[in-house]
Design a protein. Structure first.
Lengths: 501, 201
């Protein structure tokens, strides 16, 4: 029913106001179209409230506002303004000088290298940056680069993290995956809880694991790696591979941040077309990585990860760091294994001889390589500091071969598998199969998990030297070897693998 | 009669609130701690308004921070009267500055916000498209109509909207009704049909 006169119209306006504020059934004095439109507007543009972290953080800033900033008496402001004008010219020259020093990264007050060094230190030890506890939420989106769905999200991940020293952490992850044909490929949740003594993991498949956790080991960098933030900045800023540049300053999740640009890598294992420049936002105060954008070579954004809210050093309820499986849940118990001590897998490049001397297994070398490929680097990697100390069978060696065009071939040997992104809970490859190798069978995978196993971007061949399944996190695993490349064919990978001596 | 009394009662209470807020704001010139209750009272509505206008949570947080820091810094310029009206002027200026600083896009894009993990990318894309259409239509309203609708969407009560805009509450209600009517006309002109929103409601 439409309002017919001014008083009726006012009544309609009043009811509309109540309806838009409170919802409820359509007031009969309003016409149905108007009511429905109001409803759609209300639902389409919902007024989200601010987060508690933001409200308390801003309150703190107001409380700490310097007295001079609060009491801006007009005369004083005017005189300061005039003095400011006089100083401005000189200041511009100084600022310009400093900006050139900083932005150019040539050893000024703050350089990109300084910022990255602080970020690395924070990931390794949040306490070193004054972080005793932390609650954060973050979103991650991976975009397709394949022509048919270019720029569309291929995966979205929502993460909530609670961290408390010493050694307690909880990470809740929810993800939605899209297939190349545009259908929803799946979704799931994962929960990891470090209690300080144990690490409980509920996998997306609903399996529950429990592992022992070393009391003196912080799970932070390991957890961050699982949640997808670049735990090891060297994977994106590997000294000789990418050049960092302090680009600008920005704010992320209410925090002041430096923006560091990392040029496209000149070496390493780059997925074709995918490893253009990267941008990293780093908290100015704490060094925590708040945001990361990775661009393809042609400048297309294909991965973005961003902290959406963060609170440092607040009180966290203890029950956030406990986990009790539901009655009747089958728990896979790995607590008899040595305790987990987390490492960032940051290992120096060494010689093949050094790797052979230090590894707990016999390191082989391919005696056949495709034309143009040569050895670029060797790394000996331990699954944990504890494993390194005990020389436990939890290490592997990575040989990296490249050609002049930057194409790569990785040969991984030792007590863990090596497939980029496998630990992120990403889906299994759809294109896979078995092939005969060294009298046994090997499994091949086409595609890579970073971009939903888009075919043609990476080929991997892996084979176990024992039928015993490898436990998680590398402790006492069975020897597993793999060869991976961005350009080689399956036949070439088989030939490389067969030639290992 | 009962309704009339109730409305009068609400009016008195609002008037008292307005007076006490003005007193608190004046006190804050000498005692900054007096500003904090005003912050607590208005941080949510200001944030929501910024979110409605700017479309993205992080930008809304930045703008809200700027509003309150500026308000505190300039509290000496508050000369009494309606505190929400004074705060709203700052908010409007901060948002205008923020929009001037933004890229060439006229219409805020909320695609950077990922509000709900349960919404699939396609649903989210549809919702974003609808948001853009609605925001575009809202920008076509008169300034008063737009302010009323955006403050309403941000959850501001009528008393605060009236105080912020310097209008009576009845005027606010009429502006809202007329903004809806204008919006309906604009949406139909842009290809939406009433059934589009009738089906949704």
């Amino acid at each position: 029913m439409r309002p017919r006169n001014p008083s009726q119209e006012l009544r309609a306006a009043e009811l509309l106001a109540d309806f838009m504020a409170l919802g409820g059934p359509a007031p009969d004095v309003l016409d149905t179209e108007m009511w429905s439109l109001a409803s759609v507007i209300r639902d389409t543009l919902p007024p989200d409230p601010p987060t508690t972290e933001f409200v308390t953080g801003l309150r703190r800033r107001l409380e700490q506002r310097p007295l001079g900033a609060r009491r801006g008496e007009r005369k004083r402001i005017r005189s300061l303004y005039l003095a400011g004008i006089a100083l401005l010219t000189a200041a511009i020259a100084v600022i310009a000088f400093l900006a050139i020093q900083q932005i150019g990264g040539r050893g000024g007050v703050v350089s990109a290298e300084d910022v990255l060094a602080k970020a690395r230190a924070t990931v390794a030890s949040p306490e070193s940056a004054g972080i005793r506890s932390m609650v954060l939420t973050q979103t991650s989106t991976v975009f397709f680069l394949a022509d048919e769905r270019r720029g569309q999200p291929s995966m979205q991940i929502e993460t909530r993290l609670w961290y408390d020293t010493p050694g307690r952490q909880r990470i809740e992850t929810a993800f939605v995956e899209m297939a190349l044909d545009g259908t929803v490929g799946g979704s799931g949740h994962r929960l990891d809880t470090w209690t300080g003594a144990e690490h409980w993991r509920v996998t997306p498949e609903g399996n529950v694991w429990v592992l022992s956790q070393a009391a003196d080991s912080s799970p932070y960098s390991y957890g961050v790696a699982m949640a997808g933030l670049p735990a090891d900045l060297d994977t994106i800023s590997n000294g000789s591979c990418r050049s960092p540049r302090l680009l600008s300053e920005d704010r992320v999740a209410g925090r002041d941040a430096y923006v560091v640009e990392l040029t496209r890598p000149r070496c390493g294992y780059a997925f074709p077309g995918r490893d253009g420049k990267g941008l990293v936002w780093i908290d100015k105060q704490t060094g925590l990585i708040l945001k990361w954008q990775q661009f393809a070579v042609d400048g297309t954004l294909f991965f973005v990860q961003e902290v959406t809210s963060i609170e440092y050093n607040g009180q966290i309820e203890s029950d956030q760091f406990s986990y009790a499986p539901a009655p009747g849940t089958q728990v896979t118990d790995y607590r008899s294994q040595p305790p987990q001590v987390f490492t960032r897998f940051e290992e120096p490049t060494i010689s093949l001889g050094e790797a052979r001397a230090g590894a707990t297994f016999t390191v082989l070398e391919p005696t056949w390589l495709p034309a143009g490929f040569g050895l670029e680097s060797v790394q000996h990697i331990w699954g944990s500091e504890e494993a390194r100390r005990l020389k436990s069978h939890a290490d592997w060696v990575l040989l990296r071969y490249v050609d002049a065009q930057g194409n790569w071939l990785l040969v991984s040997q030792g007590y863990t598998g090596f497939v980029v992104g496998w630990g992120m809970g990403l889906p299994q490859p759809p294109l896979t199969g078995l092939v005969e190798l060294k009298g046994g069978m090997a499994r091949w995978f086409d595609g890579n998990p970073i971009n939903r196993w888009e075919p043609g971007t990476m080929l991997a061949l892996g084979w176990m030297q024992s039928e015993t399944p490898a436990p998680p996190d590398g402790f006492g695993g069975s020897p597993l070897s793999a060869v991976l490349s961005n350009v080689l064919t399956l036949e070439q990978l088989v030939r490389v693998a067969e030639s290992l001596r | 009669v009962q309704q009339s009394n109730s409305l009068q009662g609400r009016g008195r209470k609002d008037h008292l609130t307005e007076q006490s807020e003005a007193v608190a704001a004046l006190q804050a010139k000498d005692d900054p701690a007096a500003f904090l209750p005003l912050y607590e009272r208005y941080v949510v509505p200001v944030f929501r308004y910024c979110h409605v206008r700017l479309g993205e949570r992080t930008k809304a947080e930045d703008a809200t921070s700027e509003v309150f820091l500026k308000a505190l810094d300039r509290i000496s310029s508050f000369r009494g009267g309606s505190f929400p009206a004074w705060l709203f002027r700052i908010t409007r200026n901060v948002i205008a500055d923020s929009q001037r600083r933004r890229s060439k896009d006229q219409v805020p894009d909320t695609s950077a916000d990922i509000p709900d993990a349960n919404i699939g990318p396609e649903d989210y894309a549809i919702r974003s498209a609808r948001q853009r259409t609605l925001r575009q239509a809202i920008t076509g309203l008169t300034a008063d109509q737009r302010h009323v609708l955006e403050l309403q969407l941000a959850g501001w009560p009528d008393a605060d909207i009236a105080a912020a805009l310097g209008k009576t509450r009845d005027a606010v209600k009429m502006l809202r009704l007329r903004s809806l009517k204008s919006l309906r006309t604009s949406l139909v002109r842009n290809g939406w049909q009433p059934r589009d929103w009738l089906d949704e409601a």
